[in-house]
Design a protein around this ligand. Structure first.
Ligand code: FES
Length: 319
């Protein structure tokens, strides 16, 4: 097995994917003192430094186009982590690229719904046009092509994203035209959401640095509810017919019951007692929703406004 990224060899092979992390080509822009200062700005956002790793990986990717050994080293030094620890994260998530990328990243959903509606045909056609396969970059450096698992926009299938912006309800011809326009240097408007940037630009946004001049401009780039037509069809039909989902037993998000249910959940978790009354656990017992700030896989720092409720489900921006 090859060494981890950031090692002298600069390559890594994981059990998930045999793609190597390639050494930094000499012609890449260097990570500068400015990059380091921005990395520290990201770190300052978090109560625990290592929580900043994901946006920092996007930051170094925004400069060099992928997570280079140099980028791994910067993250390692600034966070006090080993290169192996940084590499383990960088090689786990598909949004961190292990080899140089093209100007744009084109992702074609080939998961079930998109595939039966033509997603695989789109992937095959783009692959033939560009002369590349999954996770490869066209010879002119314009496009990196990848197939993607469900992009969480099944109601707009088949879906293609460019630099994570959505181009909905594509077919072979529209996708080919889209890619041809990108190769000519054009930036066709996405179906919804923010205007197209490029892969390095969107990586910078994912690092938390806005491309918008001010808050008003940022808001203007976010979907309005009116743009979510297909997503809301079911809700509107149900509304017209007077239908609603069965009420949840003691909904934990109701204004009257939530604090008690959450407090009970914390208490029971602490003493290892059975779940308190609330959500049906399917085994004859009942439980409550996870208390805010204790969701698995979170640091508990998420905005409370993002919590979904039965009465007022937060409209998604996209996907
Ligand atoms: S299957 Fe393609 S977006 Fe869900």
């Amino acid at each position: 097995m090859s060494a981890l990224p950031g090692s002298a060899e600069g390559t890594a092979v994981t059990g998930l994917d045999s793609s190597p992390v390639e050494p930094t080509p000499v012609d890449l822009p260097p990570l500068t003192e400015q990059t380091r200062l921005e990395a520290r700005e990201i770190i300052a956002r978090y109560p625990v430094a290592r929580s900043a790793l994901l946006p920092m990986l996007h930051l170094v990717q925004s400069v060099q186009g992928y997570v280079t050994p140099e980028g791994v080293a910067l993250c390692s030094e600034e966070l006090g982590l080993t290169k192996a620890e940084v590499g383990a994260v960088a090689t786990f998530y598909t949004m961190y690229k292990r080899r140089p990328t093209g100007r744009h990243l084109v992702s074609v959903c080939t998961n079930t719904l998109c595939s039966v509606l033509g997603g695989q045909r789109i992937m095959d056609a783009l692959s033939a046009d560009l002369g590349v396969h999954h996770d490869e970059t066209a010879a002119d450096g314009s496009i990196t092509l990848e197939h993607a698992e469900c992009l969480a926009a099944c109601d707009y299938a088949p879906v293609v994203t460019v630099d994570y912006e959505f181009y909905d309800q594509q077919d072979v011809e529209s996708a080919r035209e889209l890619v041809a326009a990108l190769r000519r240097g054009e930036k066709p408007l996405p179906t919804r959401g923010a205007p197209l940037t490029d892969f390095r630009g969107i990586s910078r946004q994912l690092a938390g640095f806005s491309q918008h001049a001010d808050e008003a401009a940022a808001r203007a780039a976010v979907d309005s509810v009116d743009q979510l037509g297909p997503t809301l069809i079911g809700l509107r039909l149900a509304d017209q017919r007077g239908e609603s989902a069965p009420a949840m037993h003691q909904a934990a998000s109701s204004s009257s019951g939530a604090p008690e249910a959450e407090a009970a959940g914390v208490e029971s978790a602490q003493r290892g007692a059975p779940e308190p009354a609330g959500r049906d656990t399917g085994d004859g017992r009942e439980g409550a929703d996870t208390p805010a700030g204790h969701e698995p896989g979170t640091s508990g720092q998420g905005p409370t406004g993002a919590r979904r409720t039965i009465e007022g489900r937060a409209p998604r921006r996209k996907g």
